[in-house]
Design a protein around this ligand. Structure first.
Ligand code: NAD
Length: 350
């Protein structure tokens, strides 16, 4: 057996239908008495519910959330953290809301409780990101690892399939790269493969029955496993590419993930024979092709062209992808990056 290193990350996870009402008790566990609630504005009823559950602990509410944490908005939420005297944050929403909480944790060293409403997985990672319209800066700092995560599948019932599908493909990408990212180890591989099994089994069922709380729960659970793998193992070509494209063109994160994943996996395939074989067994056929088919079943966009990437963007993005991917499991040069990105722009089955 190959030797390995596995460094577990410490956080408390509460999973279950209706468990969001426990947010006040979780704040007390952290001895957090002044809370800044950061929420994306998609669901005002739940914002009121969570702020009500926090009661007097909630000293401010921030809702101006955007994808990829633009630096000007990060300054805005940080200023509110200062002026309100917050000693902790609670974030409610997708990866974007979580990212704003992380921006505050990074600057103010505040603990964060996350209540995720998508499958982004950011709530499990010590990775932060900030963007300035051209470049997305990311870093790893344990201070931004949320202390507590409350997964309540009820909050995902309203997630439209048009968002749920791409978001779940983002989770699948975490699981897939969890098999061969820089920190890969057998413990996380077992978890990542289970995540792929749960997600690939239950995503079509959720797509067919979006009101099924059981299917929503299974997909959220699969996404939780995937996020755990992401947090420990780190990222490879797929996520690095999405960060480059997100920074350059502000493409929707979930949709971008749905497009790029099969092509990134196909590129890496020659370097990850064992992982590829395991994935193909779980997915019931050639892994890259099966992921592409699953994305079509979920009706996610097939090509970067469809989601706003200009074709001439390939030449601009390729050197940045190469620079970001020096530790990818299969080395990539600029000609290969152009070919890979062109495949993503075209969106044909790998
Ligand atoms: P998002 O948070 O931007 O949400 C997408 C859309 O869904 C938004 O319009 C939001 O209002 C809406 N929405 C969220 N939950 C909903 C619900 N339950 N019902 C209806 N609408 C809902 O998108 P995302 O894909 O969750 O997160 C993307 C961001 O997270 C990106 O910036 C990405 O870089 C970041 N991310 C970071 C990490 C990390 O480890 N740091 C990991 C994954 C993603």
């Amino acid at each position: 057996m190959e030797p390995f290193v596995y460094e577990a990350l410490s956080n408390r996870v509460i999973f279950g239908v209706g468990r969001r009402v426990e947010v006040g008790a979780e704040a007390d566990r952290l001895e957090a008495t002044r809370i800044l609630l950061i929420a994306d504005a998609h669901d005002e009823v739940t914002i009121d519910e969570i702020s009500g559950a926090l009661g007097e602990r909630c000293v401010a509410v921030y809702t101006d959330v955007a994808q990829h944490v633009p630096k000007n908005l990060a300054e805005k939420v940080r200023a509110l953290a200062t002026s309100s005297g917050a000693t902790a944050t609670v974030t409610l929403g997708g990866g974007s809301a979580t990212g704003f909480g992380k921006a505050v944790s990074l600057s103010h060293r505040l603990p964060q409780i996350c209540i995720p409403t998508t499958y982004a997985g950011s709530e499990l990672t010590p990775i932060w990101g900030l963007s300035d319209g051209e470049h997305k800066e990311t870093g790893r700092d344990l201070v931004v690892l949320p202390k507590t995560v409350i997964y309540d599948p009820e909050l995902t019932l309203g997630l439209p399939i048009a968002i749920a599908g791409p978001s779940a493909m983002n989770a699948l990408a975490h699981a897939v790269e969890g098999l061969y990212g820089p920190g890969a180890n057998p413990v996380m591989s077992a978890l990542a493969l289970e995540s792929v099994r749960v997600l690939s089994t239950h995503l079509p069922l959720m797509h067919a029955s979006p009101a099924s709380i059981e299917e929503r729960s299974q997909v959220l659970y699969g996404a939780y496993l995937a996020g755990t793998a992401l947090a420990v193992v780190g990222t490879a070509l797929h996520h690095k590419t999405c960060h480059v494209l997100g920074g350059l063109y502000g493409l929707d994160h979930g949709q971008m993930n749905a497009v790029v994943l099969p092509h990134a996996l196909a590129f890496n395939a020659p370097a990850i024979a064992e992982a590829y074989e395991c994935l193909s067994q779980v997915l019931g056929g050639d892994a890259a092709g099966k992921l592409y088919d699953l994305a079509r079943d979920l009706e996610t966009p097939a090509s970067l062209l469809e989601i706003g990437m200009p074709p001439e963007g390939v030449a601009r993005a390729a050197p940045l992808v190469v620079a970001e991917c020096t530790s990818n499991v299969r080395p990539i040069n600029e000609a290969q990056a152009i070919e890979f990105l062109t495949n993503c722009v075209k969106g044909e089955r790998p």
